[in-house]
Ligand binder design. Structure first.
Ligand code: FE
Length: 199
């Protein structure tokens, strides 16, 4: 197993190539390698772009990592990543609140289907299990998310899927907010590292 030196670890963080659990553990090295290098590598110090939260945000979502619903026809997927400062330090205990459309493109506005929040672990990691949100009229496929370090301002933004035909037609779409999809067997695994505007 390769030894993860501090320099290597930092390079991975700057390049956004650290996979879920890819911080210091050598055993995660091969998984991290499955993500292709991102063109935004040099922008590792830039905070994640903000976007509107849209009309369907609901506060007080349940704390949970698994948003899947029994019997859902939606394709299961994983969304994971890190919450980092501009200097690429992992932020422990950061809130990550996720909400998205269901397999028909509808939001649950009476309950909390496909809504949930969690807090990053000591290494700044978060992982959700959920389904691929369906595309709804006027938008490309996306997640909504709010991220907040303890006692700091909230970052509200949206995440996008690569290779979606609607990306080019959705005025909200930003390349900088594309998730990286892991090429591995089974359910899709998306990865996104949030960079908060903190030193
Ligand atoms: Fe939406």
């Amino acid at each position: 197993m390769p030894d993860f030196t501090e320099q290597t670890r930092r390079k991975f963080l700057l390049c956004g190539a650290s996979a879920a659990g890819g911080l210091a553990a050598a055993s995660d090295f091969s998984f991290a390698q499955q993500f292709s290098p991102t063109p935004e590598c040099k922008d590792g110090h830039e905070p994640t772009q903000r976007q509107s939260d849209g009309p369907f945000y609901k506060p007080r979502s349940p704390q949970r990592a698994d948003l899947r619903e029994p019997g859902s026809a939606g394709r299961a997927m994983e969304l994971s990543g890190l919450v980092l400062t501009r200097s690429c330090k992992p932020i422990a205990g950061a809130l990550v609140d996720l909400w998205h459309a269901d397999e028909k493109g509808d939001y649950d506005n009476s309950g909390f289907r496909y809504r949930g929040h969690q807090f990053t672990d000591t290494q700044g990691r978060y992982t959700f299990r959920t389904i691929m949100p369906a595309v709804y009229t006027g938008r490309t496929r996306h997640f909504h998310v709010k991220v907040q370090a303890p006692n700091q301002p909230v970052l509200t933004t949206q995440l996008y899927f690569p290779d979606e035909p609607q990306n080019r037609r959705d005025g909200m779409f930003r390349r900088e907010l594309l998730m990286r999809m892991a090429k591995r067997e089974g359910d899709p695994a998306a990865h996104f590292d949030f960079v908060l505007d903190l030193a």
